[in-house]
Design a protein around this ligand. Structure first.
Ligand SMILES: [Zn+2]
Length: 275
């Protein structure tokens, strides 16, 4: 599943190619993804320059000159390809945006958990139903050590589950929560309220460090994710614990990485380096 660094990688790749472009025609091949797919019926999306491409949490927001936004979530397996208009359509290409330049932007999503929706002008983005409950952006100044310390106060839920709660901090999914907890030396099942403030400060820094490192590597390519035009993210080779159950820990060189289930998701940790 694409996480924040993957979505940001897509944004950075798409933005320079799309800003200033116009959609001349939108074609959809299925009636719905996670929600109804009605973008082909909205003429206001056509013939308007794309003025910006933003990301909030794992949502991409294409801003058009007339104030309309196209909101996209990649779900479990969504990806974008920008190619020549005569390039053959692939299976699971569900939406096509023909561009004034003659190229075509295609949205591909085998599992169809993604979303493509329209936000009309005049609707404050922060109040949109998908966006209004979102917590701090982890790489912004809004996310401080204090944000994390406050959020953990008196909480009995495991710290890994708290990190993955979008109301606290957005976009820290399964891979990066596991990796940040490893870097901070904190076991994922530790009740959040029992972790001292000093350790939470380390964890705050670890979250940023792991996300920035992943971003620099172009994300982690696992299973269904691929960035624009199929370039692979290189972060998988930097993973300390995620997906490494049964392997020896590369830091302490003695313990074996463990895998447990938390809230239905796999967590990975080193029983020596994390406590
Ligand atoms: Zn270790």
């Amino acid at each position: 599943m694409p996480e924040l660094p993957e979505v940001e990688t897509v944004r950075q790749a798409l933005a320079p190619l799309l800003i200033g472009e116009h959609f001349t025609r939108i074609i959809t091949h299925v009636p719905r993804l996670r929600t109804s797919l009605i973008i082909a019926d909205i003429p206001q999306l056509l013939h308007q320059p794309v003025t910006a491409l933003y990301r909030r949490a794992k949502y991409l927001l294409f801003e058009l000159d007339n104030g309309y936004y196209l909101l996209n979530h990649l779900g479990m397996s969504g990806s974008w390809r920008l190619e020549e208009a005569d390039a053959p359509l692939q299976k699971h290409d569900h939406a096509e945006f023909l561009l004034a330049s003659g190229r075509v932007l295609r949205y591909h999503d085998p599992r169809r958990f993604g979303m493509l929706e329209v936000i009309p002008p005049g609707m404050p983005l922060a109040g949109h139903s998908y966006l209004q409950h979102l917590g701090a952006e982890p790489l912004s100044d809004d996310f401080t050590p204090q944000t994390l310390i406050q959020a953990c106060r008196n909480k009995t839920k495991p710290i890994k589950n708290l990190l993955m709660d979008n109301r606290v901090v957005v976009g820290v999914g399964n891979i990066y929560a596991s990796e940040a907890l490893f870097l901070a030396g904190i076991k994922p099942q530790t009740p959040a309220g029992r972790i001292a403030a000093g350790r939470l400060k380390h964890l705050h820094k670890a979250i940023r460090d792991v996300l920035l490192a992943a971003l620099q590597a172009g994300g982690t390519t696992i299973r269904s994710y691929s960035s624009l035009n199929g370039r692979e993210g290189q972060f998988a080779r930097h993973l300390w614990v995620y997906g490494r159950a049964g392997e020896q820990c590369e830091k302490c060189q003695r313990a074996i990485i463990k895998q447990i289930k938390q809230a239905g998701r796999s967590s990975y940790y080193c029983p020596v380096c994390q406590h």
